[in-house]
Design a protein around this ligand. Structure first.
Ligand code: PMP
Length: 384
């Protein structure tokens, strides 16, 4: 028992201890967290749809019609009409031939990568890819060549050196802790030239990038021929839980039959699947929400620029670099004391010495919210 406590002491001494904070209100622009009413600037609910009346009614209707819990795995007894509706909705939204739903984005990445790749394949993986991609690569048990973040020269050098008979390039489209966007047209061209398959995780791009929020392919004008494997989550702009892969029917069929994280787990509850389907359908019918989010991001980035903060603003994820772990934690506390919640992100989520505040903009924020957050951020950073 003592060794558990001493490990925790070591985590605390390194300023890397994390504790849970509890929201007692729904996810929205303003929340009550540990009893304090604050503006929320760290949610992945980019479109602010968690309390949307239409989507909530669909969720309730699904509970009334199908009950709670799915009672089995998809391939045994757990597959119900809402799961099939969800997969049709994902394929429709993402413009793919087919889609397959998972219980989370994490299990989607782990399952897809480990079932497509094996000990004789080489995976070229961006250095800043999400943990679920890293874990998928580990499970694939082949060679993973990590290339420097978004660095096409480094990737090309590794591809030319290794010349795999079968290989994959795997990348986040929007990087979750830096908010920048992968150079997908370049990646697609390298994949084509060297006969590699491009796999893109659209977790933070779905409902966010592109004129109608369809994601990174819409943003860059690419097709599913350029990016044959797209994964994602249904828990960020889409207000539910779950993950997906989309692409050709044969891709989805193969993964349905081989991905262990699809086969050996209980199907999502029917109401979760129905909520995700309703969320996708709602976003498709309301492109103005996506435009509002994109407008808020542009406004906030300009605002931060005016107070001397140089941020990229390629997506709603705005990292404010602090570096030192202790200072980043203090800055987050100072920000919270001013009424803005954006926790600090530290190792192991980001490398040591690269701690940061990670702010996220939502469509639900008002211009006043954005102004207030910018002022508070300036004060909180000055305090540390
Ligand atoms: N991919 C990326 C890029 C993510 O940021 C996340 C979650 N934060 C996931 C996958 C996993 O998605 P989920 O939360 O649905 O498991």
């Amino acid at each position: 028992m003592d060794s558990f406590a001493s490990r925790i002491d070591a985590i605390k001494a390194a300023h890397l201890y994390r504790k849970l904070r509890t929201l007692s209100t729904p996810q929205g622009r303003e929340v009550v967290i540990d009893g304090q009413r604050v503006l929320l600037f760290s949610s992945n609910s980019y479109l602010g749809l968690n309390t949307n009346g239409h989507i909530c009614r669909e969720a309730i209707r699904a509970v009334e019609e199908f009950g709670v819990g799915s009672g089995g795995s998809r391939l045994v007894t757990g597959n119900m009409t809402p799961h099939m509706r969800l997969e049709a909705a994902v394929a429709e939204f993402k413009g793919s031939e087919a889609a397959l739903a998972f219980t989370s984005g994490y299990t989607a990445n782990v399952g897809v990568i480990s079932s497509l790749c094996h000990k004789d394949t080489v995976i070229f993986s961006d250095a800043l890819n999400h943990a679920s991609i890293i874990d998928g690569c580990r499970l694939a048990r082949g060679l993973t060549a990590v290339y420097a973040h978004n660095d096409m020269d480094d990737l090309l050098q590794r591809v030319r050196h290794l010349r795999p008979r079968q290989g994959f390039i795997v990348t986040d489209s929007v990087f979750s802790m830096d908010g920048d966007i992968a150079r997908l047209p370049d990646l697609a061209s390298i994949a084509r030239t060297y006969g590699l398959t491009l796999v893109v995780d659209d977790a933070h791009a779905t409902g966010v990038l592109g004129a109608t929020g369809r994601g990174s392919l819409e943003h860059f004008g690419l097709s599913h021929d350029d990016v044959p494997v797209v994964t994602g989550t249904l828990s960020k702009a889409v207000p539910s839980e779950g993950g997906f892969v989309c692409g050709s029917s044969s891709l989805c069929d193969l993964i349905r039959n081989t991905a262990r994280s699809f086969i050996f787990t209980t199907a999502p509850s029917p109401s979760t699947a129905a909520t995700a389907a309703a969320g996708l359908e709602y976003i498709a019918a309301h492109p103005e929400l996506v435009a509002r989010l994109q407008g808020n991001v542009a406004y906030f980035v300009k605002k931060l620029g005016r107070i001397g903060m140089d941020v990229q603003g390629q997506s709603p994820i705005i990292p404010i670099m602090v570096g030192d772990e202790e200072k980043a934690a203090q800055a987050a506390d100072a920000l919270l004391a001013l009424g803005v919640f954006a926790p600090c992100i530290r190792y192991p989520t980001v490398p040591k010495g690269m701690a940061r505040l990670r702010l996220t903009v939502m469509a639900a924020h008002t211009r006043e919210d954005l102004d207030y957050a910018a002022i508070c951020l300036e004060k909180a950073l000055a305090a540390v």
